[in-house]
Design a protein around this ligand. Structure first.
Ligand SMILES: [Zn+2]
Length: 191
């Protein structure tokens, strides 16, 4: 998957192409920035997949990290719809600047999102409401913001997802990474 439809999360070959699933075509500047930002032109392929999953699940695209956004903005700005050759003399200087925008493989990857299943902590984190109901939630966390890459490397299950058991200890919520199996046992116990 090289690109994703920002409306339905469907797979696309190229960010500026029309979505084969819902026929959404990125036309506004904002749509183009988002479409480039959620493609392999700006982020790793595995993150494009995560973005697709996120859109399917949430019905909206994830936010772009500032650095991804900056790159996507440049791509959107430089993007020209296919032009017939009779108009080729109208290519502006900025069109040629596009060639400088080769993706720097060493540049910092930033839109790293990970699906995290949590149990034990109520939605609003209010200890008093714990008896009111469900404490199982599925979140999409941003690596480097909500969770460290080292924790993801160490604790992610083979699907790349994480399971966290929140316990109220010493006056605050303490996360403990558990295996998927342990998590499912906790979930059964809590029901
Ligand atoms: Zn679509």
């Amino acid at each position: 998957m090289d690109a994703v439809c920002i409306k339905c999360g469907g797979e696309k070959k190229e960010p500026m192409k029309m979505c084969a699933h819902c026929h959404m075509l990125p036309e506004t500047r904002a749509e183009r920035i988002l479409s480039f930002g959620l493609s392999t032109q700006c982020i790793r392929q595995e993150n494009v997949k995560k973005a697709s999953k996120y859109i399917h699940k949430k019905g909206k695209p994830p936010k772009l990290h500032t650095k991804v956004r900056a790159k996507a903005k440049q791509l959107a700005k430089a993007y020209r719809q296919p032009i017939d050759s009779s108009k080729s003399m109208e290519f502006s200087a900025s069109f040629f600047d596009f060639n400088d925008l080769v993706i720097d493989e060493s540049s910092e990857e930033v839109l790293d999102i990970v699906v995290v299943h949590t149990i034990g902590k109520p939605a609003d984190g209010d200890f008093g409401s714990i008896s009111k109901g469900a404490t199982y939630f599925e979140h999409t966390w941003t690596i480097g913001v909500d969770i460290a890459q080292s924790e993801v490397d160490r604790f992610a299950d083979p699907d790349g997802e994480l399971h966290v058991w929140f316990r109220w200890l010493q006056g605050e919520w303490q996360p403990k990474f558990v295996s998927k199996k342990e998590f499912e046992q906790l979930r059964e116990l809590s029901q």
